[in-house]
Design a binder for this molecule. Structure first.
Ligand code: HSE
Length: 409
């Protein structure tokens, strides 16, 4: 019999308990032995909950209970969540988490503690919500040399962009709706400024390339500067603007992780992913490319990944899987994004085609309905971004939009 403690009874915590009891019979049957939730830790009282006898406010009652062998940390943040996770792992209890901030900032340390104590630190729910991506990347694709990963990694921003473009909803109304649906972070700045996607690309990069990538080393931009006008040009071009978290190996053997909005062409499946859905493309030497798709946020989709990790942790009781990476002392293995060779979209007011071709040579002009006479939008062929930056002032006028075009090979 494995006993579980759930730390935190917010959106994901309550979803985990709900899903576990909804499907308990099937889960236990698949596992071949009993599994139950013994504690739910929360500072709040839930007197009307059907699980009220399981609530505790004391982490020590969990840490000191030898019956508890698995802990689901779904509190968020790196304060108590980190301290409690560490305590539990040091006691040999496996911890499963949806907390991407915790994994992105402390993953290498917590994985080491888990392996030293014969237990597991699992985090399938930290990236891609319901989508299985951590285990496939570590196990099913283990025979590949992974060269790149690119994905829509934040459900809230994809939901906002979809609502704004397809339904002409305002940014703030779409964000409020995402919050009501339980998609957004407690502080939604983490979603809209790209920090959440950044934590997720750090996790995927660390797993794929074997060294811890810390969020402060990753160039990160959110969606706050995107305009409907830029989206119209992207649509007419046959694609869409998406917030993309990506990482690729560069020619000098470094890796280049980043989070930025990107023009994604219609031939790339990521351009068709809408609402809260996430999509992740993984490129490897044997598979060429594989895509993972599903709900990237929300109560039950995230709980699905937490419950799966609980089941895996119970099955592996006493053994430690090698899903791990090295810590890194410095960021010398991270490439400078300004060296990246990338096509760029530009929208400018008050320039002219003569100046544009003098600066950039042949470019691809884009159009949109209602395009003002003094506005031009175009795509510059791939060049190192630092060269693009140095040429851009020569076109004159007022640059209104400037977005990378996604290209991974
Ligand atoms: N706020 C996150 C998102 C939750 O919208 O993707 C899931 O990690």
């Amino acid at each position: 019999m494995s006993k579980v403690a759930v730390l935190g009874y917010g959106v994901v915590g309550s979803g985990t308990v709900e899903l576990f009891y909804k499907n308990k019979e099937k889960i236990v049957k698949k596992m071949g032995r009993e599994l139950d939730i013994k504690y739910i830790l929360d500072i709040r009282d839930f007197p009307d909950s059907p699980y009220k006898e399981k609530f505790t406010k004391s982490i020590d009652s969990i840490v000191d209970d030898p019956e508890v062998t698995i802990v689901a940390e779904v509190m968020g943040g790196v304060g108590d969540a980190y301290n409690y996770t560490k305590k539990c792992l040091e006691k040999g209890k496996s911890v499963v988490t949806s907390n991407k901030e915790l994994v992105a900032k402390k993953g290498a340390e917590l994985l080491k503690i888990a392996s030293e104590h014969g237990c597991n630190f699992l985090f399938e729910a930290s990236t891609g919500g319901a989508i299985p991506i951590i285990r496939p990347l570590h196990q099913c694709l283990a025979g590949n040399d992974i060269t790149a990963i690119a994905g829509i990694l934040n459900g809230t921003t994809n939901f906002i962009l979809t609502k704004m473009i397809n339904e002409q909803m305002s940014f703030s109304d779409a964000l409020t709706m995402a919050q009501k649906l339980g998609y957004a972070e407690k502080d939604p700045t983490a979603d809209i400024e790209g920090h959440d996607a950044c934590r997720k690309i750090c996790i995927l990069s660390s797993l794929a390339f074997g060294k811890h990538v810390y969020p402060e080393w990753v160039h990160c931009e959110g969606i706050t500067k995107l305009t409907l006008e830029d989206s119209c040009y992207a649509e007419n071009w046959g694609g869409a603007i998406k917030l993309i978290g990506s990482v690729k190996r560069t020619e000098d053997g470094k890796i280049l992780p980043m989070v930025r909005p990107a023009f994604v062409c219609g031939g790339n499946q990521l351009s068709h992913i809408s609402d809260v859905f996430n999509g992740i493309m993984v490129y490897g030497d044997a598979v060429d490319e594989v895509m993972f798709y599903g709900r990237g946020a929300g109560k039950l989709p995230t709980a699905s990944a937490i419950v799966a990790d609980i089941v895996d942790a119970a099955k592996m009781n006493g053994t430690s899987i090698s899903q791990t990476w090295e810590d890194s002392d410095d960021n010398s293995f991270i490439a400078d994004y300004k060296e990246d060779v990338v096509p760029m979209y530009v929208r400018v007011k008050g320039s002219d085609k003569g100046k544009i071709s003098a600066a950039f040579g042949d470019v691809e002009y884009l159009t949109r309905d209602g395009q003002p006479d003094d506005e031009l939008a175009f795509i510059v062929t791939a060049m190192p971004e630092k060269d693009f930056d140095s040429k851009l002032p020569a076109i004159g006028g007022e640059v209104l939009g400037n977005i990378r075009v996604l290209e991974l090979d």
